[in-house]
Design a protein around this ligand. Structure first.
Ligand code: ADP
Ligand code: ADP
Length: 230
């Protein structure tokens, strides 16, 4: 029941920067994988390679059994099933929260406006933001913006959620509210790959921790093993 599999994934910038250097791993359905490692070790490149925001120099990414690195594959169909949350929220500033949430489901999933709004309001409620639907992003706190960004990804009914340092741009007092939403999502059974420096989250929520260094996986283990063995 593997949902994402990478085989020998490499990403080179020029001859000398090996951002990814032969990464092979799997993410199973329902699994929460946390990716940690020093700055510049390739964590973000790895995550963005999973939905082909970065094109690999070599190697393959299989998503739900399909080799999406095959140029004949229409990546848009598969990318839709992978929700992505960035450090910098990336909300559309000139649109209300509700519009941000319903745009893609209406345009890409061909949902009716009513259906898209119903789903968006339901998910907003789950992250405690029902009363912010008509606000603009500039009127929200960082923590609220990131919760909206998570909901926006969820509105596409993804099979997996990819998080790239979702709390790194937040004031410390807002980190908890975003991690709580992510924890809830994990408990609901969502498949997640999370790049983060939050070791508490890795310890408490991860099924597996991947430690990267110099573009390679140095260790891959359960959090218990990872955090107890030196
Ligand atoms: P991390 O997320 O672990 O901080 P990154 O995946 O962002 O690491 O980067 C891995 C390596 O690739 C770093 O050495 C970084 O400088 C380099 N890198 C990332 N993007 C580019 C790019 N567009 N051009 C050149 N080098 C890059
Ligand atoms: P992140 O760790 O969130 O990817 P970075 O600051 O590493 O943030 O990268 C921001 C952007 O700059 C990315 O698009 C990345 O590809 C690019 N980048 C990172 N390192 C380099 C580099 N050495 N040369 C050129 N572009 C880079």
């Amino acid at each position: 029941n593997v949902i994402i599999k990478t085989v020998g994934l490499c990403k080179y910038y020029g001859e000398h920067i090996h951002a990814l250097d032969g990464v092979s791993t799997e993410i199973k359905r329902g699994e929460v994988v946390v990716i940690i490692g020093p700055s510049g070790s390739g964590k973000s490149t790895f995550l963005r390679s999973l939905n082909l925001l970065e094109s690999a120099t070599a190697g393959n990414v299989y998503f739900e059994g399909v080799d999406i690195t095959d140029p004949k594959v229409n990546i848009n169909i598969h990318r839709r099933k992978m929700g992505m949350v960035f450090q910098q929220f990336n909300l559309f500033p000139h649109m209300t929260v509700l519009k941000n949430l319903t745009l893609a489901p209406i345009k890409l999933l061909k949902k009716s406006k009513e259906e898209a709004e119903k789903r968006a309001m339901e998910l907003l409620g789950r992250v405690g933001l029902s009363d912010r639907a008509e606000a603009f992003p500039s009127q929200l706190s960082g923590g609220q913006k990131q919760r909206v960004a998570i909901v926006r990804a969820l509105c596409m009914d993804p099979d997996v959620m990819l998080f790239d340092e979702p709390t790194s741009a937040l004031d410390p007092e807002m980190v908890g509210e975003v991690l709580d939403v992510m924890k809830k999502l994990a408990n609901d059974g969502m498949t997640m790959a999370v790049v983060t420096h939050e070791m508490g989250f890795a310890r408490d929520v991860a099924d597996r921790v991947i430690f990267m260094c110099d573009g390679k996986i140095l260790e891959e283990n359960t959090p218990d093993e990872f955090f107890t063995n030196p």
